[in-house]
Design a protein around this ligand. Sequence first.
Ligand SMILES: [Zn+2]
Length: 131
Amino acid sequence: MSTKTKLENFVKIYDKSENQCLIKLNLSRSHQSLLAKMLCGVAPLMVELGRFKNIAREKRVCTVCTKNVTEDKEHFLTICEGLKDVWEKHEKIIGSLDFVTLFTKDNLKNTAVMLEEMFNERHKLMTIKAK
Ligand SMILES: [Zn+2]
C-alpha cells in the first residue's frame, strides 16, 4: 500500500512530465477523464468509493479477485489477478506499469487505452460476481 498522499503522488508525476496538460493532447474526453482521475487519486476504486460510505480503509477490498486486500491503484494496476491479463498485455506495450512511466507524455494515450480496458473488465467481473 502506498504511504504517499494524493498530493505527493501528483507532485511526483507532475514535476517529471513535460507539457502535462491533458487538454493539449489528442485524447477523447473519456480518456482524459480516466487519466485525470487516476492521476489525482480519485479513480472509482474501492479505496475511494468506500470513503463515501464510511467503510474502514482495510475493508475497502477488491471484489474482482480473491486476495482480500484494499483495492487501491497499485493493486488495480499491477497486482489484481482478475485484471492480470489486461495489465500484462499493456505492460508489454508501455514497458513498465510504474506510475511515473504510465504518466509520461509519450505513454498517456496507451495508458488511457489500458485504463479503459481495465475498468471495462473490472465492471464485467464485478457484474458476474454480483449475480
Ligand atoms: Zn483484485
